[in-house]
Ligand binder design. Structure first.
Ligand SMILES: [Cu+2]
Length: 387
């Protein structure tokens, strides 16, 4: 993916938002601006494509003037639709067409986030993330016979942002379609039920890009699962100058997975390896342990890059035998903040993000998931940079 572009987009898109500033940002957003005064006509609809076997989300129409930054586009609001039936979702791919049905390049997709507002994440109380996509995200497909079980009428919440920067071609009446392979309940060969999970190096709710200091740096987030589970596959997302993403059991002082980004010309991050563990029954995680995600960067520019970094880790897991998925707590402050930020359209998670369901990513080589001993971290601090 062209991280340079993602990166610039992030620079403008993700105003630094600590918890204290989010409320102010909401107010600022609600206050009148040239675009805030206008309502986007874009509506979200869902239908079942029986022929393809896909549940299809459609969001549009969206007008993308030539050269428009995401600030100059009338962005669709966060919206949700109910699923028409019970079954299993098995991945997603995005498609964009203009009002005449002509294909529109995926480069106009700044970011897309798919959530199930009626459920929470395993490692935090925020809404469950089903997936994310940006301009370079390839189709995401769960391994054969794995799926995320959904109920009839369950809602899918969609946030998306568009831009047409660096293009002389306007695109009018654009519709974003998200095709989600769907296996209805009652099938003769039901998929094995798995869940997505997501951990960011920034706090769960709010903006996830952060300022990248010059030189070597690292940022960590500690979390624990609400119940015991087995992680079947993982992946992640870093920006330019990212050098390593690590997931470790801080309690057991064991690295469970780490990967260096794949680099393209200009040292742009073009992808991240994925880790696949299902062949060995998964990697066990338990509520009594602390798990740490760390993003390592080495910024050679000699200056701080505003909103220049992200560190996102995610994958698929199954609750251990006898464990049940944690219930949503709508009074949890972190959950409430997530809802506020999401519906205000300010959530920047996942611009250029590969996915939350790795192991489904085509072309991504498996990374060694070998467990290694790491130096003992002091409680609540980051592990020493070890590159
Ligand atoms: Cu990013």
């Amino acid at each position: 993916m062209t991280l340079k572009r993602t990166f610039r987009a992030h620079g403008r898109a993700c105003p630094a938002a600590g918890p204290a500033t989010v409320a102010l940002m909401v107010l600022a957003l609600l206050a009148s601006g040239p675009l805030a005064a206008q309502q986007s006509p874009a509506r979200l609809t869902g239908r079942f494509d029986r022929e393809a076997g896909d549940f299809v989300l459609s969001l549009g129409p969206i007008d993308l003037p030539a050269g428009a930054t995401h600030h100059q586009v009338l962005q669709p609001k966060a919206q949700e639709v109910p699923l028409p039936g019970a079954g299993w979702l098995r991945g997603y791919r995005v498609e964009l067409v203009d009002r005449s049905g002509r294909p529109v390049p995926q480069a106009v997709l700044h970011h897309l986030n798919l959530m199930t507002p009626g459920r929470r994440e395993m490692f935090s109380p925020i809404m469950l993330r089903l997936g994310a996509a940006g301009q370079e995200t390839a189709p995401v497909k769960l391994p054969f016979l794995m799926g995320f079980k959904v109920k009839e009428g369950e809602k899918i919440l969609v946030t998306a942002m568009f831009a047409n920067e660096g293009s002389r071609q306007p695109y009018l009446g654009v519709t974003l379609r998200v095709h989600m392979p769907f296996t209805p309940e009652g099938t003769w060969l039901p998929p094995f039920s798995v869940y997505p999970f997501y951990i960011d190096v920034m706090p769960p709710a709010g903006t996830h890009a952060y300022d990248l200091p010059p030189g070597k740096s690292q940022r960590s987030w500690d979390a624990h699962p609400a119940t015991a589970a087995r992680i079947l596959g993982v992946g992640g997302h870093l920006h330019k100058y990212g050098t390593l993403l690590r997931f470790e059991d801080a309690t057991a002082r064991k690295v469970l997975w780490e990967a260096r980004p794949m680099l393209g010309p200009d040292s742009d991050v073009v992808g991240m390896p994925v880790g696949r563990f299902w062949w060995r029954g998964g990697v066990k995680v338990e509520p009594g342990h602390v798990y740490r995600v760390t993003a390592f960067y080495d910024n050679p520019t000699g200056r701080t890059i505003p909103e220049g970094a992200m560190g996102t880790f995610g994958g698929i897991l199954v609750p251990s035998r006898g464990a049940v998925w944690p219930a949503l707590n709508t009074s949890d402050p972190e959950y409430r903040k997530d809802v506020l930020v999401t519906w205000a359209g300010m959530q920047m998670t996942g611009a250029g993000m590969d996915m939350h369901m790795p192991g489904m990513a085509p072309h991504a080589p498996a990374a060694p998931g070998a467990a290694k001993k790491v130096p003992a971290p002091a409680a609540g601090t980051s592990v020493p940079a070890r590159r």
